[in-house]
Design a protein around this ligand. Structure first.
Ligand code: TXA
Ligand code: MG
Length: 320
């Protein structure tokens, strides 16, 4: 199959209506989309991504009406949150209607909903009469794509069309939350910071899984991983330990004096965790394809998007 990259929303809509897969831009990462209500199209997502079917997909909808249409009993405080904070990098788990096949939710009675903040994808969703199931558009376990070319590099030949919406503005996946009796439970740290959640909800609990437990879908310990070995922690200790392996260093905001400047890559000169989030996956891909032998990354300060980026780095460093 030949894969095209383009900006033709009508073409993307026609392919999706025909049960084909299309890669779509979002503010977080590119998604590999199909009609969420069509089992055969959803099965194709799992096949192309080589994704285990126990890992449920997110439903992308155009607006809060879309959430209401495919969920049951969405609590008022959540609807209010959705109205105020979406489109945006957050995904909410709710009981699903019978229209949503169990294949899409990996057998769960709940579904994950997200209204992505990207004009092309919102326009696309508005033209469709079904929600789009879309995991990140990368082979399972690898680094998520933040540009159309990243998708092409890995899924070229496997899907007909990549809708090119430019580089992703947030750069890491959405924050996944659930609402339970006045409490928000965070299942995955992501593009919406905990501060934003805390502005809206009084009680915010973290339940981010760090073990390789298939019962905790999508939260496998090893994920987002480059092919090269990645280490994170104290940069100078790690550098000394791996000096002979020609390490590349990923640093938050400053290079380290005394070490080869050519092997040091700074995520944000101004020390912005948002900018670091935007750049991290692209840089990991670049270094994975470079002549460096191993990658060593410094953890970000635990503010704003720091914890979410650190979560990616730790999973990328974990061996399955
Ligand atoms: O930013 C994002 O969320 C991107 C873009 C494309 O929207 N999508 C994304 O999808 O990151 P994916 O498939 O890589 O991650 C989906 C995760 C699953 O691994 C699982 O952790 C969680 O969403 N999930 C989905 N449905 C769930 C459910 N019913 N209950 C609990 N977790 C669920
Ligand atoms: Mg993913």
């Amino acid at each position: 199959m030949s894969t095209q990259i383009g900006k033709d929303i009508e073409k993307a809509a026609a392919l999706l209506k025909d049960s084909s897969l299309v890669a779509i831009p979002t503010e977080t990462v590119y998604g590999l989309a199909a009609n969420a209500l069509d089992e055969s199209a959803v099965a194709e997502i799992f096949r192309v991504k080589n994704r285990p079917t126990f890992d449920p997909l997110i439903l992308h909808v155009a607006d809060v009406e879309g959430v209401k249409k495919y969920s049951i009993d969405c609590p008022i405080p959540l609807l209010d949150f959705f109205e105020k904070n979406t489109p945006g990098p957050v995904t909410i788990i709710l009981p699903k209607t019978d229209d949503v096949p169990f294949l899409t939710t990996s057998g769960l009675k709940t579904a994950a909903f997200r209204i992505p903040q990207h004009p092309m994808t919102l326009e696309l969703l508005a033209r469709l009469e079904f929600p789009l199931a879309a995991p990140s558009a990368n082979p399972f376990g690898y680094i998520s794509p933040t540009s159309a070319q990243h998708v092409m590099d890995q899924l070229g030949g496997a899907i007909p069309y990549i809708l090119d919406g430019g580089p992703c503005s947030v750069g890491i996946e959405s924050t996944i939350i659930e609402y339970w009796q006045g409490r928000v439970i965070v299942h995955r740290l992501g593009g919406m910071s905990l501060d934003t959640l805390k502005e809206h909800f009084e009680m915010v609990d973290l339940k981010v899984n760090r073990s390789s437990n298939p019962l905790a879908p999508g939260q496998l310990k090893s994920h987002y991983a480059p092919k090269k070995s990645l280490y994170c922690g104290d940069i100078e200790t790690l550098y000394r330990a791996h000096e002979a392996e020609k390490p590349a260093l990923i640093l938050f905001s400053d290079k380290i004096p005394g070490l080869d400047p050519e092997s040091q890559f700074v995520l944000s000169d101004s020390g912005s965790t948002k900018e670091a989030a935007q750049k991290i996956f692209g840089l990991l891909r670049e270094l994975d394809q470079s002549n460096f032998g191993v990658i060593i990354a410094e953890l970000l300060p635990e503010v704003e998007l720091g914890p979410a980026v650190n979560d990616r780095l730790k999973r990328a460093a974990a061996k399955a």
